[in-house]
Design a binder for this molecule. Structure first.
Ligand code: SAM
Length: 355
């Protein structure tokens, strides 16, 4: 991300912001959870609210709220008006009300915060050392269905937030290929399968995933009444020789391959190629770091890479399309269509490369 040259005094201030960033972050989390941002915003037409008004209304001790609001004011989250009452700044407003910011903040706090303490060791040892904050697994995906409900909620909201929005658009492309049997690789909670089946009469889907997620996905799809058109196959792509069965006429992978290292991606895609004929499409949907319109989207993706490093698996990341497409080609595929979906996503429609 290109940055403008800044004055030394501004650079020092920026450095101090970074040095103390966890204080501002936890201040934001606390003010959201205590309902202070909402209370200030809800009373915006009453010429702001005083510290004592907030303490009384929300039953928060004065000392504690005082230190939180001092930090929040210096960090630009709230401001005092002419009557010395608190109002939300635009940043405070987005922190409390913007959906994407909320999802990122909860994911950071509930899933990543403690684990990130082990980032340096994760990098040295090439292992997600932060995962031990939750349990004794090799990757977070093995433990996903065993995490506490609060952690699961933030994990799934983060995952779903970035994929749900593009399924409708993506499905038009899926349907245009006229598939009868789709493999949904990394089907997770079955959300894609559910949407796909509920808008078609004759498609059957087989979800491939780890055992915990597979059970969850199948239950969700069956409970919604699509039991006759959904199947599941347990697979661990990190096992020595993972294989797909033949029988699909389209393979779908959404936000899946970023959970793996470059070598693992090639291995997974080669397993797909082994069951593909020359006409079968493999649809890969990803958020690529070099395909983002706004710097803040790239920033979110680069932070997500560090979640993979410290917590998820220790060796994957959000990839630039330039790197990713080379991996696709290395696995014996060619990219036939390169389609922008929604604000952040790209879909690569791949076919087996006969050359
Ligand atoms: C980030 S989620 C993708 C969710 C979904 N496709 C979407 O678009 O929202 C990644 C999925 O890959 C699965 N996965 C991760 N590691 C795996 C492995 N080693 N073997 C099989 N599946 C794995 C996870 O269980 C999870 O369902």
């Amino acid at each position: 991300m290109a940055k403008k040259t800044i004055k030394a005094i501004d650079a020092l201030e920026e450095a101090q912001r970074i040095a103390l960033a966890p204080f501002v972050f936890q201040t934001s989390v606390s003010l959201r959870k205590l309902g202070v941002f909402s209370y200030i915003f809800d009373n915006r037409d009453a010429n702001g609210v005083s510290l004592l008004d907030i303490c009384e209304a929300l039953k928060i001790p004065e000392y504690g709220l005082g230190v939180l609001l001092e930090m929040a004011e210096s960090a630009g989250l709230v401001k005092k008006n002419d009557a010395a009452n608190f109002e939300l700044t635009k940043t405070g407003y987005f922190l409390n009300y913007d959906k994407t910011v909320s999802v990122n903040l909860n994911f950071t706090n509930d899933v990543c915060y403690k684990g990130l303490f082990h980032l340096k060791d994760s990098i040295k040892n090439q292992k997600p050392e932060g995962l031990k904050e939750f349990g004794n697994w090799n990757t977070i995906y093995e433990g996903l269905s065993h995490l506490s409900s609060e952690v699961q909620q933030s994990w799934f909201e983060f995952d779903h937030h970035y994929s749900d929005g593009i399924f409708t658009e993506a499905l038009q492309i899926v349907y245009s290929k006229n598939p009868k049997h789709i493999y949904d690789i990394g089907g997770n909670t079955g959300k894609f399968a559910l949407q796909c089946l509920s808008n078609s009469e004759d498609i059957t889907i087989t979800i491939y995933d780890l055992s915990g997620q597979l059970k969850k996905a199948l239950k969700n799809v069956k409970d919604a009444g699509f039991g006759s058109r959904i199947n599941g196959k347990e697979i661990d792509w990190l096992a020595p020789n993972p294989q797909l069965e033949k029988g699909a006429d389209l393979i779908w992978m959404s936000q899946f391959l970023d959970c793996f290292s470059e070598d693992e991606i090639v291995k997974i895609l080669k397993s797909c190629v082994a069951v593909m004929d020359d006409t079968m499409p493999l649809l890969i949907t990803e958020t690529f770091t070099d395909r983002q319109k706004f710097d803040n989207a790239q920033y979110v993706l680069e932070a997500t890479s560090l979640y993979f490093t410290a917590l998820a698996n220790g060796n994957s990341k959000m990839y630039p399309a330039t790197v990713f497409i080379k991996l696709v080609e290395k696995a014996g595929l060619k990219v036939e269509e390169d389609i922008k979906l929604g604000e952040y996503h790209t879909m690569l429609v791949c076919k087996k490369n006969e050359a």
